[in-house]
Design a protein around this ligand. Structure first.
Ligand code: NAD
Ligand code: ZN
Ligand code: ZN
Length: 361
């Protein structure tokens, strides 16, 4: 018996999203159906809607979610009906060449549900990041369910499912920020502010937030930014050097995903520093840099998929820090909204009015 529920669908490039009836099949072997309780609006959902990820319309959007397992398929042992879970898009396979090397965070063959959710007329949906959680129920691979302490409310815990994990991980995993280091974060949305919070957790001494919005920079201070630079009117590379004795930062994080911003991050970094790209560029974007600068500066240029996280290791750890009052997930939630409000939430995100709008069910 399949379930019929309401979900947010992007039917075509640039078209406003619509709330439609979707059909969620009973879980097959290795799959789980989850009652979604909350799902954050991530910029990546907007990228999907804009055709910036791929052309596999229609998409079932939403991928930053927490909920309760409603049903499981044959062979599922990692979760049971009633478990409180955060959904992840890195259900590692354990068998690919990355996994075999012990580098599960790079797993090249992550699991998603084998069955498809559909529109009422049978049209197959592409769930965003293999999740699709702007829906009352969603079908995922059971490995995409990570159990966490139910004391953390879904509006907060769900954020770990994408943007906050990506940002924190960009700082602590990919950038490997150490205590006493200097860090600059470009773009202070949900991802960038999480990178700032991650740098603070890691013990960075100087954390410079860069954005083109004064409002965003003010919010960035709440997460641990020690200095702010509005790059709309100031050269951020010069400003960052001035704040770091002329040298630049140890770790520069691009949380926008734009070539110009990446270039700023590249040049704002000290010799032997790390530059991390966690913002997602669109397919047509290109970056040109003098090769001698890449060689001569040493260090590392890295990209950060999902903050190089391992959900089973990192989600429960961050929930614990949240419950201890050491990591303020609630501060990311600008507003809670209904399923019908996602299109408006995109507009607010675009205008920079919110950090995270979170759909609650
Ligand atoms: N790597 C990953 O795994 C991963 C995961 C989630 C999101 N993302 C990506 O991270 C990026 C940020 O996502 P978000 O949800 O925080 O988005 P957001 O829209 O909430 O935040 C983006 C921020 O960048 C700022 N900005 C825009 N142009 C800028 C510029 N030229 N210089 C400085 N700041 C600028 C905006 O004012 C805004 O504060 C997106 O590209 C998203 O797709 C990546
Ligand atoms: Zn693998
Ligand atoms: Zn996301």
């Amino acid at each position: 018996m399949a379930y019929e529920v309401r979900g947010v669908v992007a039917r075509g490039k640039g078209q406003p999203v619509t709330v439609e009836t979707i059909v969620v099949p009973d879980p097959g072997p290795g799959e789980a159906v989850v009652d979604v309780q909350a799902c954050g609006v991530c910029h990546t959902d907007l990228h999907y809607r804009e055709g910036g990820i791929n052309d596999d319309f229609p998409f079932l959007l939403g991928h930053e979610a927490a909920g309760v397992v409603a049903a499981i398929g044959d062979g599922v042992t990692n979760v049971a009906v009633g478990d409180y879970v955060v959904l992840n898009w890195r259900a590692v396979c354990g068998e690919c060449r990355a996994c075999r090397k012990g580098q599960l965070q790079y797993c090249f063959n992550t699991h998603n549900a084998a069955q498809k959710m559909t529109l009422a007329d049978g049209t197959e949906l592409s769930p965003a990041l293999g999740i699709g959680a702007f829906a009352e129920k969603t079908l995922v691979h059971s490995g995409q369910c990570t159990k966490v302490d139910p004391a953390a409310p879904p509006t907060a815990a769900g954020l770990l499912g994408c943007g906050v994990m990506a940002g924190v991980g960009a700082a602590i995993n990919t950038g490997a920020v150490q205590r006493g280091e200097t860090v600059a974060v470009f773009g202070c949305g949900g991802v960038g502010d999480a990178a700032i919070a991650g740098a603070k957790l890691a013990g960075a001494s100087t954390i410079i937030a860069v954005d083109i919005s004064d409002q965003k920079l003010e919010w960035a201070r709440r997460f641990g930014a020690t200095h702010t630079v509005n790059s709309a009117g100031t050269d951020p590379v010069e400003a960052i050097k001035a704040l770091t004795s002329g040298f630049g930062v140890d770790v520069a994080i691009d949380a926008v995903g734009h070539p110009k911003v990446f270039e700023q991050a590249f040049y704002a970094r000290d010799l032997a520093g790390r530059v991390v790209m966690v913002g997602v560029p669109t397919p047509g974007m290109e970056i040109t840099l003098p090769a001698i600068e890449i060689f001569g500066r040493g260090g590392a240029v890295k990209s950060s998929w999902y903050g190089d996280c391992l959900p089973s290791r990192d989600f429960p750890m961050l929930v614990d820090l949240y419950l201890q009052g050491r990591f303020d997930l609630d501060a990311f939630v600008s507003e809670t909204i209904g399923l019908d409000d996602v299109e408006q939430a995109f507009e607010k995100m675009h205008k920079g009015e919110v950090l995270r709008s979170v759909v609650v069910f």
